[in-house]
Design a protein around this ligand. Structure first.
Ligand SMILES: [Zn+2]
Length: 251
């Protein structure tokens, strides 16, 4: 019998039938994986405190020949991130990040950089107290890793590169920004971004994860960046990210 072994983070757990659970993992070696944990609801012993949201585990799965649903054979707990569970703000931030990873990825599509980013984010949410910044940094880095990063350096139409002499408007359909001269007649509803937000975004994208937690972002910039990231993800995914409803930037 072949096994799948990897470090993995639990993105979501749902009850299934009388005694089982369905778990969605994001694993280091195989990307997103969906598996059934037989008896996990009834027998607390085997998976006790392991198949919980955000837990970092070493998992062994047995792939199914008939479907994409593997079976969880064993799970060893590496980090349960208790600090995230103890605080509603931290918890809703981690839920948002998990939902984004689940929605932006396909099953069995390994991406070690994304796993490392997710792992970094959970450590940051458990440690630094910079919750909203972590949520924003995570999204900017994730979009870059997925090749979906926003075109920031110049106006999408005229190529103007100096945002200090013009206003900057976000276009979710074009994955970038327009200057005020290039808005055209159908610009109503486009979100304007301040120069300081553009700079914050550029800084966040260029800094390595090890230095990111030192970057400070003002409240106004956090609001602006959250607004455009929400618009962009909703547009690209063609669905709403539900966890945004529960996550408050400044709670
Ligand atoms: Zn322009």
């Amino acid at each position: 019998m072949s096994y799948i072994r990897s470090q993995a983070i639990v993105l979501r757990v749902t009850d299934y039938g009388e005694s089982d659970k369905i778990v969605i993992f994001f694993s280091r070696n195989f990307g997103k994986l969906k598996a059934i944990a037989k008896g996990a609801k009834r027998s607390k012993k085997r998976f006790v405190n392991k198949l919980e949201f955000f837990s970092l585990l070493d998992i062994t799965l047995i792939p199914s020949r008939l479907s994409t649903l593997s079976r969880v054979d064993s799970a060893e707990l590496l980090n349960p991130f208790p600090q995230i569970r103890e605080n509603y703000h931290h918890f809703t931030a981690a839920m948002l990040i998990s939902e984004l990873v689940e929605q932006w990825t396909r099953e069995n599509d390994a991406d070690e950089s994304l796993f490392d980013l997710l792992n970094w984010s959970l450590h940051a949410l458990a440690g630094t107290g910079k919750i909203s910044e972590t949520v924003i940094f995570f999204q900017l880095k994730m979009l870059d890793i997925l090749g979906m990063g926003l075109q920031l350096d110049q106006c999408l139409v005229c190529g103007k590169t100096d945002w200090r002499t013009t206003s900057c408007f976000f276009s979710p359909t074009q994955s970038g920004f327009l200057c005020s001269n290039c808005l055209g007649p159908n610009h109503f509803g486009l979100t304007q971004l301040s120069i300081s937000s553009v700079k914050s975004m550029q800084m966040a994208r260029s800094l390595p994860l090890s230095r990111l937690s030192r970057l400070k972002i003002s409240k106004n910039n956090l609001i602006e960046l959250a607004t455009i990231l929400k618009l962009y993800c909703n547009f690209q995914l063609q669905r709403e990210i539900h966890s945004w409803k529960h996550f408050d930037l400044f709670s």
